[in-house]
Design a binder for this molecule. Structure first.
Ligand SMILES: Cc1cc2nc3c(=O)[nH]c(=O)nc-3n(C[C@H](O)[C@H](O)[C@H](O)COP(=O)(O)OP(=O)(O)OC[C@H]3O[C@@H](n4cnc5c(N)ncnc54)[C@H](O)[C@@H]3O)c2cc1C
Length: 641
């Protein structure tokens, strides 16, 4: 392998020379270290990506072997560690600067990093060669994005949003629009945005009021205000493609009357020359809690020229191509927060001396023991570790399922493609909702490990909390993910089929392990997972039944339900990893200490984190009156609200 155009196009900074994989390493400078050994384990020992890619014959996988995968990851790791990581603090400190309504300056170094990224061909890694991409399977770009997001989530938003724009255009743009715009998005010459939110609505896009008026030449004139638009203006590229939700003049009300438009910042001539400014004016950039390096813009569209993507009034459906790309990208942010925070906290916990171990001195020659000896500090570190490692596995699995979906589509196997799309539709809210919640929690734990030094800016732990907090809000808040999972995907549209299917997969995996020659710990974890899966299955029917008399019961249960589904899914991944590690130990091959640690991490997960399911189950079934009986005026007697 190695014949792909990808390899010769590496930037100098991204060396592909082989090096030993490192474990999650000590990050005393707060900069990211790519956990290549972890990635190698998940990709090869848990998922056997080489066999997976062999089956991706129509989508660029047939020549991809595991050595090639790791070469690509090593090359990207160098870029992430050397270029993106050091910019993380710079972006936070400098933020973006609004110059005028068409000009926003990104932090120092952002443009240079972006140029290296573009030169390396990274943006089009998984896009079709037809548009100048590398033509490799989708999942490779997701694995690469995991590293970039951890090194510097804020910078990664610029190319990340472009990917959503590219996917949306590939699925919904006319051939004419594709020919004119796609190659320059795929190369990274231009970036893209998603423009959904308006001052009066974010979750409830049925209230979108931006207008799109048809013109005689087939274009549209858009007028309206969008707020909170990430990367809405910047100096990384000379043009930006906005994907905008708007209404035609006589469109029906609500979500059924929304169409999707491509609106360039600068108009592009037939010959492809970038010309005059379109009517997209930046009112302001937000002064926000974190992600300072990403410009969050108010964009006022004033008779801006736009082109319809897909069909009239089906814009929200089409936009879901973008939204789903971004939701998986946001799930990665949860994993990234846990990983980056863990890397710093692990170093600190080994260095910082405080008090003595209750079970006897561990550092008798020093004035005190390192804090890593204390059980409660260990629990913080291990929680971060198990969330990062299994979260990565959960995200990668979705990447591989998406490869299969794209392959089925390319083969013309529509039934299988639809089944895989439904499976992803089920998993995406779990990943987005659950992994961002536990990712933010893990980042918060990093501050706790550092004590007062975690609250101080120079140790860079507090930045992770500020940057990642938004992950549970944007791309649909956790509450919205919970409603999407339980209300829409499982009950309303799925008529319980998605949960039946999901549980059947887990039952099978657990039973196979319980009746195999697996170790006693694997068998015992499989049994516990089986029991909780059965309980989740039963509880779904119980909520469905309660919802028939009062739909608020579904809303109330939904967030705990999402968390239970998340802990079970994470447990499933710990089981897979434990089994893979146990096999390696039995074979005596490879780094035995690494696999032993993996077994211990699985044990920690099932003994310390998995029991959280019990408390979520209790609140999932809290009587509806305990929440809904309070009258609005009873919420407060002290304020005249
Ligand atoms: C930094 C940043 C970047 C952003 N980037 C973009 C971007 O690039 N493009 C874009 O279009 N938007 C973007 N957004 C907007 C973001 O997606 C929205 O803020 C988010 O979806 C929530 O919408 P909202 O703020 O209007 O809150 P609201 O919709 O007003 O919700 C307020 C609260 O009510 C809850 N709620 C609402 N309805 C329900 C319900 N039915 N059941 C239970 N709870 C409910 C919500 O969960 C939330 O807790 C960004 C926002 C920020 C802060």
């Amino acid at each position: 392998m190695g014949q792909k155009p990808f390899l010769p196009r590496q930037p100098a900074a991204a060396s592909i020379s082989p090096r030993g994989f490192q474990t999650t390493s000590i990050a005393m400078d707060g900069n990211y270290r790519a956990p290549l050994k972890e990635m190698n384990f998940v990709l090869n020992d848990v998922f056997d990506v080489e066999s997976h890619y062999k089956k991706m014959e129509h989508t660029g996988g047939s020549e991809v072997d595991s050595e090639f995968v790791m070469q690509v990851m090593e090359a990207h790791a160098s870029f992430c560690e050397e270029t993106l990581g050091p910019l993380n603090a710079v972006g936070d400190e400098h933020g973006c600067e609004w110059i005028d309504e068409h000009t926003v300056k990104t932090p120092p170094g952002y443009k240079e990093a972006y140029d290296i990224y573009v030169e390396g061909g990274w943006q089009g890694l998984s896009n079709s060669e037809e548009y100048g991409g590398q033509g490799l399977p989708y999942s490779l770009s997701l694995f690469a994005a995991d590293m970039a997001a951890t090194a510097n989530f804020t910078w990664t938003m610029y190319p990340g949003l472009s990917k959503g724009c590219i996917n949306t255009m590939v699925s919904h743009a006319s051939d004419e629009l594709k020919d004119k715009y796609l190659a320059r998005l795929v190369s990274g010459e231009w970036t893209g945005t998603m423009c959904l939110t308006e001052p009066q609505c974010g979750s409830d896009l049925g209230q979108v009021s931006t207008k799109a008026v048809p013109q005689e030449d087939g274009t549209y004139k858009l007028t309206g205000t969008k707020i909170f638009i990430s990367c809405g203006e910047h100096d990384l590229t000379d043009n930006i493609m906005h994907c905008v939700l708007a209404r035609l003049p006589d469109a029906p009300e609500g979500t059924k009357g929304i169409s999707l438009f491509l609106v360039p910042k600068r108009l592009v001539s037939e010959a492809g020359e970038v010309g005059e400014l379109n009517g997209c004016k930046i009112g302001r950039i937000e002064d926000k809690m974190g992600c300072h390096g990403s410009s969050t813009c108010e964009i006022n569209f004033e008779d801006a020229e736009g082109y319809m993507l897909g069909e009239e009034n089906r814009g929200l459906n089409h936009m879901f191509t973008f939204i789903n790309t971004s939701r998986v990208g946001t799930a990665v942010q949860g994993v990234a927060a846990a990983e980056l925070s863990y890397q710093g906290a692990l170093w600190y916990a080994k260095e910082r001396l405080a008090m003595r171990s209750l079970s006897g001195k561990k550092n008798p020659d020093g004035p005190a023991d390192p804090i890593i000896v204390h059980p409660t500090v260990r629990r913080l570190l291990l929680t971060q570790k198990v969330i990062a490692e299994a979260g990565r596995s959960m995200v990668y699995e979705c990447g591989l399922i998406n490869d299969e979906r794209l392959e089925a589509e390319a083969r013309g196997d529509d039934a299988n493609a639809k089944a895989l799309e439904d499976r992803l539709g089920f998993l995406t809210p779990i990943l987005k909702g659950f992994l961002t919640e536990v990712g933010v929690e893990a980042a918060n734990m990093g501050i706790q490990v550092y004590g007062g030094h975690g609250y101080i800016k120079s140790n860079r732990q507090e930045q992770i909390v500020r940057d990642s907090r938004i992950s549970a809000v944007w791309e649909g808040t956790t509450q919205i993910q919970a409603l999407d999972l339980l209300g829409r995907k499982i009950l309303l549209e799925g008529k319980l089929k998605p949960i039946n299917y999901h549980c059947s997969l887990l039952y099978k995996d657990c039973k196979d392990l319980m009746f195999s020659g697996a170790s006693s710990s694997v068998k015992s974890h499989a049994w516990r997972l089986l029991k909780e899966t059965a309980s989740l299955h039963f509880n779904t029917y119980r909520i469905a039944s309660k919802g028939q008399s009062n739909r608020d019961c579904i809303g109330l249960a939904s967030q705990d339900y999402l968390m239970v589904a998340g802990y079970i899914n994470m447990g499933h991944h710990w089981l897979k990893m434990e089994e893979a590690a146990a096999k390696k130990i039995a074979s005596g091959e490879g780094d035995q200490a690494f696999y032993e640690a993996k077994m211990k991490s699985a044990e920690f997960y099932f003994e310390n984190i998995f029991p959280r399911v019990a408390s979520h189950k209790l609140t999932m079934h809290a009587p509806i009156n305990s929440v809904m009986s309070m009258k609005e005026e009873e919420f407060s007697f002290d304020h005249a609200l």
